[in-house]
Design a protein. Structure first.
Length: 441
């Protein structure tokens, strides 16, 4: 069927309010940018269910050929009409040419009966869209639960199913709001919260986190769908930190008052307080620590690392010796571009790593001289590090093979069950602020 006749029939079967018949003006709210200009596909390319990193890693000639194939399909199955972006249910996904990190997105959609679609975040599926009335008797996929969830998350994982059923019937316009900070996503469908700060799993490899940046995509999935008022607002590091902290505040208490080192021990003279932050003095260092013995706990804080900066988190530190070996571990606090400034490092030395024992995923820091938000959870022999909303380390030190450690050197303190939390400075002015601890049962 030709696109013209398909959408003519679709318009006739849809029961739309009067204002929707003429479309909308696609004028973004303050602070937002319109991804769709209401008249053509400028700013969009084709795409499909592929990891954005796969596309970027293709040789240039292959990437160009792949994009041409997708773009030809996009032109065949998508069009702008009356201020709306129409898709016939087939073809490549409408994918932004621009990549995004943290953002807030708003979009209206109107799907045909039986519709099935979604919004890809950094090319990762997806915020689900489908007709909640079209569930089969067994409804194995959970269609009747409604749209607005991270359907490709693992069964039982947060965000997999919507918190509430918020869909309107097919033929009516629905409004989605999506907030993405790191790998964490919140979704509101028709002003009802359907996903609350859940981690979007990497559909392509669940053992690794999603990309730090990537395009947004509108999926095609067999049924016609219409879009309008597609707006996006990029979120800076300070706002992202505030959003992330607001979701994890329960049970945390400050351990640094921002003005002096009351309650802290160790070589305090090697550190100073600047603008409410603990800063290691240049060419100084050593491990300072909060002078309360801890077993299981979560710590959260903001840190600011200069180019080539190096510091660390003392975990279950005994109060003397090298926390990387005598303590449970030293979790690296390192400039993500350290090797470009100071020289080559081992993967077990990158930011977030349990120093020398197991490496973390890298590429999730904010630019130098911007504040990052990190949360560390230590429970038994397990450690999890979440940086700017993305889990970069999740490991059990008791299950590691010592023969794989850096330099073949064992870490005798890794079995410690208690100790202090602190900062292990290494001569660079790395800064920490808003340091808080939550003791775990």
């Amino acid at each position: 069927m030709k696109l013209t006749s398909l959408f003519t029939g679709l318009a006739l079967c849809f029961s739309l309010p009067a204002f929707a018949q003429t479309g909308q003006n696609n004028l973004p709210p303050a602070g937002f940018t319109a991804l769709f200009n209401g008249t053509d596909l400028m700013g969009w390319r084709g795409g499909e269910t592929k990891d954005h990193r796969w596309l970027m890693n293709l040789p240039e000639a292959e990437r160009t050929a792949q994009l041409k194939t997708w773009n030809d399909s996009l032109k065949a199955h998508w069009k702008a009409e009356n201020g709306e972006l129409l898709n016939d249910g087939q073809g490549a996904y409408a994918t932004t040419e621009k990549e995004y990190g943290d953002f807030e997105m708003q979009v209206d959609f109107n799907t045909a009966p039986g519709g099935d679609s979604g919004i890809y975040l950094r090319s990762v599926p997806q915020v689900q869209i489908w007709d909640a009335l079209a569930a089969d008797p067994k409804d194995a996929r959970g269609i009747a639960k409604g749209s607005g969830a991270l359907w490709n998350n693992s069964p039982g994982a947060p965000g997999k199913d919507p918190l509430v059923l918020a869909d309107k019937t097919p033929g009516q316009w629905n409004h989605l709001r999506i907030l993405m900070t790191g790998s964490r996503v919140s979704v509101w469908l028709n002003d009802k919260l359907t996903v609350d700060n859940a981690i979007l799993e990497n559909y392509y490899d669940r053992k690794t986190p999603i990309p730090a940046r990537g395009p947004v995509g509108l999926q095609t999935h067999g049924a016609p769908i219409r879009w309008r008022n597609i707006f996006i607002r990029e979120i800076g590091s300070d706002e992202a930190n505030t959003i992330l902290k607001s979701h994890t505040s329960e049970g945390f208490a400050p351990i640094f008052n921002g003005t002096n080192f009351d309650g802290w021990a160790g070589p305090i003279d090697n550190y100073e307080i600047k603008d409410g932050a603990i800063v290691c003095k240049p060419e100084k260092g050593g491990t300072i620590y909060w002078n309360q013995d801890l077993t299981d706990f979560s710590a959260r804080f903001e840190f600011n690392v200069p180019a080539g900066g190096n510091n660390g988190l003392a975990i279950r530190y005994p109060g003397t010796g090298d926390t990387a070996y005598n303590g449970m571990t030293e979790l690296q606090v390192l400039d993500d571009n350290y090797d470009k400034v100071r020289g080559a490092i081992d993967p077990k030395q990158v930011h977030g790593s349990a120093y020398g024992m197991v490496g973390a995923f890298r590429g999730y820091q904010h630019p130098n001289d911007e504040w990052n938000f990190e949360e560390v959870t230590v429970k038994g022999s397990s450690i999890k590090v979440e940086l700017n909303g993305t889990v970069i380390l999740d490991t059990d030190l008791a299950k590691l093979d010592p023969t794989t450690f850096l330099g073949g050197k064992d870490h005798p303190g890794r079995g410690r069950t208690n100790g202090f939390f602190g900062f292990a400075g290494h001569n660079d002015p790395v800064a920490f602020r808003d340091v808080e601890i939550k003791k775990l049962p």
